[in-house]
Design a binder for this molecule. Structure first.
Ligand code: MN
Length: 185
């Protein structure tokens, strides 16, 4: 008989061959609509709220506000956070996939946790919608801590695209945020 921990491991292996770390972007229609960008780091989801979502244009900077770490299994959450609870509103799994750490210093890989601590991390995303290199850079520390998410200039850069406008459905259910909010299957 397998323990719950074992079955969770199997699910993760099924989702990402090789057990590589995952990222998820959840579209969240809370008080204000935003996209929660989460990276698996050392067993948790490091998280930023991005009001305008990711861009595919290297010239576009997207504000990213750090939010609390989430447990790894939250990456699959899609549905409704009830009224009265923090973040009340509909949540969609807008994109997800594996990622690779691109962060280097003096030619050496910098582990993601340390890179985030130092305020700069670069990752290669392998989502169904969002692909290629992205850099996250902290530009303000303290109470109003804030970061910028910028597409790196690589083969996946596509200045003319607007993923947030054109990609409106969940990668796990095919639903729009309105259908999720209405509780439709
Ligand atoms: Mn959120």
């Amino acid at each position: 008989m397998s323990r719950p921990e074992d079955s969770r491991e199997e699910e993760r292996d099924a989702r990402v061959p090789g057990g590589r770390p995952i990222f998820v972007i959840q579209k969240h229609d809370a008080t204000t609509l935003h996209y929660d960008f989460r990276l698996e780091v050392d067993g948790v989801l490091k998280s930023w709220a991005i009001p305008r979502g990711p861009s595919t244009d290297p010239k576009e900077r997207r504000l990213a506000i750090p939010t609390e770490d989430h447990p790894l299994d939250y990456a699959d959450f899609e549905g409704i956070i009830p009224e009265g609870r923090y973040g009340a509103g509909a949540v969609m799994v807008w994109d997800r996939g594996a990622y690779q750490n691109l962060t280097r210093k003096d030619g050496q890989e910098v582990p993601v946790a340390g890179a985030i601590g130092r305020g700069h991390v670069s990752v290669w995303l392998e989502g169904e919608k969002v692909r290629g290199g992205y850099a996250l850079t902290r530009f303000r520390t303290g109470k109003g801590e804030a970061w910028l998410l910028v597409k790196m200039d690589d083969a996946e850069a596509a200045p003319g695209r607007d993923l947030v406008a054109t990609e409106t459905r969940s990668v796990i259910s095919g639903r729009t945020i309105e259908e999720i909010a209405a509780g439709r299957d």
